[in-house]
Design a protein around this ligand. Sequence first.
Ligand code: CA
Length: 221
Amino acid sequence: MRILLVEDEAALAQRLREALVDAGFVVEPVADGEEALHLGKIEPYDAVVLDLGLPRMDGVSVLQRWRSAGIETPVLVLTARGRWPEKLAAFSAGADDYVTKPFEVQEVIVRLRALMRRAAGAPSAAIECGPLRLDTTSGSVTVDGAPVRLTTHELRILEYLLHRRDRIVSRLDIIDHVYDRDFDRDSNVIDVLIGRIRRKITVDVIETIRGQGYRMSSKSR
Ligand code: CA
């Protein structure tokens, strides 16, 4: 899952970035409001971490412009302690959740995962598709209760397909959401990874849609 991280304090941005990458996210860091506004409009992120006090354009204005442009990506706002009017402004601009500085980075991760699950229509920590189950908190995958071991990239792809289940996702969609922007987009590595995931999970829940991509569904065929 791909995250836009908007934070201008370099040390905090670095700490958040490392923790998010460790948690398996693809992270794109930016340090000013105008660039955040631009990237949020053109790039398909799964969630945004948005500081409110930013150079060039404040976070509330960025959020207002995304929402009025129809961008519905879940947004977690970072606010300073005691700034209640700022929090209210962020919520009325369309924020989905907030954490108050100083915070534990793990709290940011837990809240982001909850936002993305809600956006995918799955309120609990687990996402299921037939006998396949992913615990999004621990990153553990089971089939009929038996654990399946996946590599980081296999897990990212599986998680993305589960968040989009019953919908067709193209190879480019998958690349956009599970790899950094400099990834070679002509690569057929996605097909290779999907093949490996299928062999590991053994259940037939990932359908190939010819000429379009893949669809995860418990009722394929
Ligand atoms: Ca700031």
